[in-house]
Design a protein around this ligand. Structure first.
Ligand code: GRF
Length: 210
């Protein structure tokens, strides 16, 4: 399934966040170009204090909070999240530092139009503290990945990756900064491919067309 484009030729995107929102900011910047094939119409956070909410508001984008702490469990949280997403058209859903695990039922509902950015060259270094993992492994290269979301954590067919070197003397902070800069270039590029239908999900794979 590939996202159908809105009648103005741009895909409507909902972004899910949990924190500071620097990837959200990079996506918003990209969408300011009228030739970019997507625009962000809704930002949803599971944390009321997420800095990204302010970034969205400043850009004039509708925001919602679905605070996971207000729900008895994951099923109730996800039902509320699904209901909130449904309030606006969402051709593509971007996870951008969204720190809740999503159930198979939720992911399957949106499969093919939900994408995530992960700060490692998947399939290496899934989960948290990916920069520490890369340093501990002695990796000489690290980076980030945008992928279609599948039910398993940090799994799903890859849309695009960016590499950065691991330099002598790097610590978690310097490495994270280098990867984050790469993320800010990569996510807009990957969303463009999905929004224009040049990368689409089919049977667990990413199909690219020219
Ligand atoms: C990014 O490194 C992203 O890849 C990871 O969480 C971080 C979120 O940062 N999933 P930000 O909120 O986009 O600044």
């Amino acid at each position: 399934m590939s996202p159908s484009l809105h009648r103005d030729g741009r895909a409507d995107v909902t972004v899910l966040i949990s924190g500071r929102g620097s990837n959200l900011s990079a996506l918003i910047d990209a969408t300011r170009d009228p030739a970019y094939p997507a625009h962000i119409t809704h930002v949803i956070s599971n944390r009321p204090e997420a800095g990204g909410l302010e970034i969205a508001r400043a850009a004039g984008i509708a925001t919602s909070v679905v605070d996971h702490k207000q729900f008895s469990g994951r099923a109730a949280f996800e039902a509320a999240l699904e209901g909130t997403i449904a309030r606006r058209r969402a051709d593509v859903i971007c996870l951008a530092g969204f720190m809740r695990l999503l159930s198979a039922a939720f992911v399957n509902h949106f499969r093919g139009r939900i994408i995530n950015i992960h700060p490692s060259l998947l399939p290496a270094f899934k989960g948290l503290k990916t920069h520490a993992q890369a340093l501990a492994a002695g990796a000489t290269e690290h980076g980030c990945t945008v992928h279609f979301v599948e039910p398993d954590m940090d799994a799903g067919p890859i849309i695009a990756q960016a590499r950065v070197p691991v330099l002598p003397g790097d610590d978690e902070v310097t490495l994270e900064q280098r990867v984050l800069e790469a993320e800010h270039a990569l996510y807009p590029r990957a969303l463009k491919l999905v929004a224009e239908g040049a990368a689409r999900y089919e049977n667990g794979r990413t199909i690219f067309s020219v």
